[in-house]
Design a protein around this ligand. Structure first.
Ligand code: GLU
Length: 563
């Protein structure tokens, strides 16, 4: 920070704050910043406070442009610091040509709910739109009726709402068939496409030999006439298609005169009546161009499509957006294939799209993963083109950062046994709802003689345990059978005896609790107060974070989130 004069320091800090956030800063923020960097000024708090007010008033007199210019001339490093902080916030590399704002899109197929694999494109595009400002289009790519699940229009929207993407507009491709038809006609007129009536197998054969089919050289008028015939139902499925004129000598046969439109009669489209459908490469280019998309971030599996799409751009003479292709991401431990998920739901293997063994966003939500954690994890993975395997541990670490400060703590005793503690008088335990936030208060657990303990924690031979927030218990063993007696209140004694501190519940005041994990179910009991946490993530102490999924007469159902 430039200079040591408190007045100048306060003015520059106020200025920087105003440039960063727009508007006039609060004096507390400015004073905090200056005191943080110059602790020696803390003894002059009064003076600093009145100087801060003056500094803020001075900044308020400047226009936004004057503020930037003043900061630039008096403390350029403070301008640099602003953008460095910004970069650190996302950690994503700059996008070329994005300085004036971007138009980006997330373009899922409505074939099922979104899963963790979709989240990468969704979150990266979102982060860049937030970084540079601009529009974020949700484009529902539903021009292949074989890959449309009518229910997915709603689920995709719900999933996006849950993720909290900054979508500014929604476009559904099946609403735009006339737009694609019109562009197709234009492309045929330009000689960039032709209607091909060759048998598919025959065309493939020719293509392998870099040989043009007879349709390629037919006059434009002929193609136009055939195109109209396609639209007028004059051809059946497989009898005609539109092909993009590319390079028949291209080393990759998949680039040679690839198809742009096809005829499909079955299955019927759930939203429109159609006979001719654009293939993805055509509709994607048409929309990326017409919607003004400036930057496309998508997976490496689209690199070949990017090459194909470039031919269409060139035929039209349109500018190509900036592309970034990120590497493949292997995801283990959950089911991601939509057809496998659907089959499992239909035959009862999975309870629904939010079954926690699935990799859908709704399954993650059900077990207490927050949308911010998903986005942060994806941004941390970034747009690198190296293939990686997705780390659940990193996602859990992101989630833990968010839930740890908010989750209340409770006792849960899985597979419990009842234990009568001889010699102990009535005690009241006050256990904090949160260990680092005493202000949140505590739970009260009344001990009246008998407790529930986790059988697995009573290892034969153990002489003493401490019941957390209560007292010490001495254990006498008769073979494998323990008996329990009061061992005093002193924590120091427990420490000296190296006693484990374990969870417990007053036997007379518990609620049955089932904890579902991806590996199986744990049955036990929890504190009655857990019933008030429906829909929230809490921590079952020593077990982990859990989401309270259901609360009923028969008890509590929770899903395991992570340790
Ligand atoms: N709908 C395509 C997909 O889900 C995305 C197309 C694109 O990003 O260009 O794979």
């Amino acid at each position: 920070m430039a200079g040591d004069d408190p007045k100048e320091l306060l003015f520059l800090c106020a200025l920087q704050n105003a440039v960063k956030h727009g508007g006039v800063p609060q004096s507390g923020a400015v004073i905090g910043m200056v005191m943080g960097a110059h602790p020696e000024l803390r003894s002059r708090a009064k003076e600093v406070s009145s100087l801060a007010k003056e500094a803020i008033a001075d900044v308020a007199k400047l226009s936004p442009e004057e503020r930037v210019a003043t900061l630039q001339s008096r403390a350029p490093e403070m301008i640099t610091a602003l953008s460095e902080k910004h970069e650190k916030k996302t950690g994503l590399p700059d996008l070329e040509g994005a300085e004036k704002g971007v138009v980006m899109r997330f373009a899922p197929n409505p074939s099922g709910p979104l899963h963790i694999g979709h989240a990468r494109a969704a979150a990266l595009n979102d982060a860049y739109v937030k970084q540079y400002g601009g529009r974020y289009i949700l484009r529902i790519e539903d021009t292949d009726p074989k890959r449309v699940d009518p229910g997915a229009y709603a689920t995709v929207q719900e999933d996006i709402k849950w993720l909290g993407l900054g979508i500014t507009e929604v476009v559904t491709q099946s609403d735009r068939l006339p737009v694609y038809y019109d562009l197709c006609k234009q492309l045929i007129e330009r000689g960039g496409a032709y209607v091909c009536t060759c048998d598919n197998e025959h065309f493939k054969e020719l293509k392998q030999h870099k040989t043009a089919c007879p349709c390629r050289s037919q006059p434009v008028e002929k193609s136009l006439e055939l195109w109209q015939r396609m639209l007028d139902h004059g051809f059946k499925e497989g009898e005609a298609s539109v092909r993009i004129r590319t390079d028949l000598n291209h080393p990759d046969p998949a680039m040679r005169d690839f198809p742009a439109f096809r005829i499909l009669d079955y299955p019927p489209h759930p939203k429109v009546t159609a006979h001719v459908y654009p293939l993805m490469n055509f509709s994607v280019v048409a929309d990326d161009h017409l919607l003004g998309v400036t930057h496309v971030i998508r997976g490496k599996d689209h690199i070949a499509n990017t090459r194909r799409q470039r031919y269409i751009y060139d035929h039209f003479g349109w500018n190509v957006p900036v592309y970034r292709h990120y590497g493949r991401m292997g995801i283990e431990g959950v089911v991601l294939s939509t057809s496998q998920m659907r089959a499992g739901i239909n035959d009862g293997t999975y309870s629904g799209w939010d079954d926690i063994r699935l990799g859908t966003l709704r399954a993650l939500a059900r077990r207490g993963i927050l949308p911010e954690a998903v986005k942060n994890a994806m941004i941390a993975i970034g747009i690198g083109d190296v293939d990686i395997s997705f780390s659940w541990d990193n996602l859990y670490a992101e989630n833990k950062k968010l839930v740890d400060p908010t989750a209340n703590r409770y006792f849960f005793v899985p597979a419990p046994v009842e234990a009568r503690i001889e010699g102990a008088t009535a005690h009241t335990a006050h256990a904090l709802l949160h260990p680092s936030d005493a202000a949140r208060g505590s739970r009260t657990l009344e001990f009246t003689g008998t407790v529930l303990l986790r059988r697995a924690e009573l290892v034969p031979g153990t002489a003493m345990v401490r019941l957390k927030d209560l007292f010490n218990v001495k254990i006498a063993w008769n073979g494998d059978t323990p008996s329990f007696s009061y061992g005093g209140d002193s924590l120091a004694d427990a420490r000296a005896a190296k006693a484990h501190i374990i969870q417990w519940l007053p036997a007379q005041a518990t609620v049955p609790c089932t904890l579902l994990t991806q590996e199986g179910t744990m049955s036990g009991a929890c504190e009655p107060a857990v019933r008030s946490e429906l829909g929230k993530v809490v921590q079952f102490e020593r077990v982990g974070f859990v989401k309270i999924d259901a609360v009923g007469d028969d008890g509590v159902r929770a899903y395991f989130t992570h340790k």
